[in-house]
Write a protein that binds this ligand. Structure first.
Ligand code: AMP
Ligand code: ZN
Length: 488
């Protein structure tokens, strides 16, 4: 079955043809690690996690690069006061690299909580300063950039004068862009307001700085992604992803940099994930309209009536297509929880052989399988896929009640397909299993404490631990290899 992907560059669904047969290169813009990621950020990363999982499931070998932006992310092309890392490090009284470390750790922890797979390469901007200097030099040598007061800017008008089109990705017209831009303060060292920084001279107060042929400074944000994607995926690669809000100017600038450097369109398929909203407004730190992922999971927030397990949040997110806006709400989350529990119940039934076999099946597995793959390969349509999974869920419940029949071969196939779609592709986890993991960790702590009590001959305490656990239905057994437990 052919995979169709909506390409922002053409504005159409296209048949996906990788450059190297079954090997796919995919780059996704990573987080700017100067504060905690909010739930909106998580949605975008989850959308690409689902796309990555789908590609792998469909038999592609994916080199998946997602960067960490840990240098020079300006709120605009302004001065030192606009650097997010420097600002935050002053606020928290930490070194900028302590800010980077703190929020990188948080980012990984959050994505792990929601069962996102790690990328295959996770490069940092600070680890690729040399590559960014080289690219800047290349753009200067080719006449696409100019130096001004120790900073280097990309020359948008020069780019367009060579028959190239700044605005092709975001479908913006350069004349309109010029007409709509005020000449902001501090931008007068640029020839035109649309020109963007490849390298910025650091003011004396700027802490994150590196040597360059143009003096001490730091790289521009747009250049970072071009440098790292080129290094790990080549001058032209298959898929580039990011949130919708990055299309302009960030991705537009990446297209221009790539084309100016190498004379070729850097990316074949541009994918943009849509936004998460709350109260109908885009989730964003700056407006205060946001919720942190762990606040949703722990229940410590004023928006939701109770905590929700990360797998339920994941299920809720994937019930919307990645190109649709998703508004998060308590009602939708409660409905997702119900759906999720029914799905997991069906997974338990179907893997447990809890019904009689028959010679024939009353469910056309091959037609159903075809529909599921048609949804998955139609621009990764997770909501349609999930609706088909629920057709199977309904069938599984009827099997249990002996209102439907299935033969052995079909059952095997159904099990395999359901496991593949639910656990591998959607990345859902069984909540019950998760709880068991927690219980196991807790019991290991109690066993250790009991051993310590016995060692120090505090038998009263060690017996108390054993007896109270037994009263709760948990039996400890002392064996040669240590203590184990069973649940009665
Ligand atoms: P940032 O760290 O600000 O660069 O954002 C990381 C990713 O989250 C980017 O791909 C953004 O497009 C994305 N993002 C930001 N806000 C939202 C939102 N409300 N919903 C979905 N994605 C978002
Ligand atoms: Zn980027």
């Amino acid at each position: 079955m052919e995979l169709k992907i909506y390409n922002s560059l053409s504005g159409e669904k296209e048949i996906f043809k990788p450059i190297h047969d079954k090997n796919v290169g995919m780059y996704v813009c990573g987080p700017t690690v100067y504060s905690n990621v909010h739930l909106g950020n998580v949605r975008t990363f989850m959308s690409f996690d689902f796309i990555y999982r789908s590609l792998v499931h469909l038999g592609y070998k994916v080199r998946y690069v997602r960067n960490i932006t840990d240098a020079g992310h300006l709120t605009d092309d302004g001065d030192v006061d606009n650097d997010r890392f420097v600002k935050q490090s002053r606020l928290e009284k930490l070194e900028p690299m302590e800010i980077v470390q703190k929020y990188t750790v948080d980012f990984h922890k959050v994505l792990d909580t929601f069962n996102l797979l790690p990328p295959t390469i996770e490069p940092t901007a600070t680890g690729h300063i040399l590559e960014q200097i080289e690219l800047t030099q290349k753009l200067l040598d080719k006449g696409f950039a100019y130096e001004s007061n120790g900073s280097v800017y990309f020359d948008v008008l020069e780019y367009n004068s060579r028959g190239l089109n700044y605005g092709e990705l975001s479908r913006r017209n350069i004349e309109e862009l010029f007409a709509n831009t005020r000449d902001l303060d501090g931008q007068n060292e640029k020839k035109n307001p649309q020109d963007f920084a490849l390298w910025k001279a650091a003011s004396p107060a700027h802490i994150m700085r590196w040597n360059s042929p143009w003096g001490e400074g730091f790289p521009g944000w747009h250049l970072e992604c071009t440098a790292m994607s080129t290094k790990y995926l080549g001058e032209k690669f298959d898929i580039h992803g990011g949130g919708m809000d990055l299309k302009f100017p960030h991705h537009e600038c990446e297209v221009a940099q790539g084309k100016a450097c190498n004379g070729t369109e850097p990316v074949n398929y541009w994918l943009h994930a849509n936004m998460l909203t709350m109260n109908g407004q885009r989730m964003s730190k700056s407006t205060g309209n946001y919720i942190l992922p762990m606040e949703l999971v722990s229940g410590k927030n004023d928006f939701f009536e109770k905590p929700f397990h990360p797998a339920i949040v994941r299920f809720n997110f994937l019930q919307a297509h990645y190109r649709s806006v998703l508004d998060i709400s308590n009602e939708a989350m409660v409905a997702s929880e119900k759906g999720f529990q029914r799905l997991m119940e069906a997974m338990k039934i179907v893997s447990g052989f809890a019904f009689k076999m028959s010679d024939s099946s009353s469910f056309d597995i091959s037609a159903w399988k075809e529909k599921c793959y048609a949804a998955l390969t139609d621009d990764f349509n997770s909501p349609i896929l999930i609706s088909y999974l629920f057709e199977a869920v309904n069938f599984i419940f009827k099997l249990k009640d002996e209102k439907e029949t299935i033969n052995e071969a079909d059952l095997k196939e159904l099990q395999q397909l359901m496991n593949g779609f639910v656990f591998d592709v959607l990345g859902l986890q069984n909540v019950e299993e998760n709880n068991n993991e927690k219980l196991d960790q807790t019991l290991q702590v109690l066993i250790e404490l009991r051993n310590q009590a016995r060692k120090s001959k505090n038998f009263e305490l060690s017996d108390q631990i054993r007896d109270r656990l037994l009263a709760e239905g948990i039996e400890l057994k002392d064996g040669r290899d240590g203590t184990t437990y069973s649940l009665n």
